[in-house]
Design a protein around this ligand. Sequence first.
Ligand SMILES: [Zn+2]
Length: 273
Amino acid sequence: MRLIASLRLGLHSFIDLILPRRCVACGSVLAYHEYHICPWCAKRIAYNPISNWELNNRISQWYHIRELQRVAAYTIYERDSVVARIIHQLKYGHKYELGEWMGRMAASELDSTHLFDGVDALVPIPLSRQRQRKRGYNQSELIAIGISKLTGIPVWSNILERTVNNTSQTRVEFWQRYTNAKNIFRLKPSVDRSLLEGKHLMVVDDVMTTGTTLFSAIMVLRHIADVNISTFSWAWTRTGSSQHSVASSIYAEEDEEQQGEAPEGTAAIAEEG
Ligand SMILES: [Zn+2]
């Protein structure tokens, strides 16, 4: 056994020598035992201090939603931060393997906070069909899979879908856009609603900026009888609460849908979707 372990270590070291793995945040070469980020960057991940998962002031407009149980975010997203770089690599750097790792990391650290207690299923925020085809994966689903591997909570990816928006968005006024944004999801027609009744569903998203995306999902799910809803975002931005930011995030989301992948450095607040 010891021989096999040594051979494996040798093989890994050899591969690392030929094709060095690099930190997704700073690009430095990783040691054999390091995965995805270096210790220097790992120390710079800003964790969300909220530990009791009560609704916070930022989303006070959600207070009236009685089905809502917990609203959680794991890290804080700031421009050019380690968190921002991880998210950027996950979404635009085709580093899909980061998603499950991110979910596992969150689940292992948050399990003791009882965040996942009583949750029956994880419901990832879906991408549009076009986007999913282009990217090849749904980053929120990968994060959910990572959480699932540690908690045993199943991932239900086939509940929500994006509605097809036929109206041209280019000249639509802001509030019209905002209203449209509220209706971006629906239950898939094939879903057996009776299977969802009385369940505690946790909606999983990669980044929460304004909350518009999560809010839209909640608005759809709350019509299920006796349902409880919680939300989990791997990261959230503290700057997204003003109307200006709501507008810019919606514009950005649409622009992203229309123009394709965001180039490096432009994804400051515009990370929803
Ligand atoms: Zn690094």
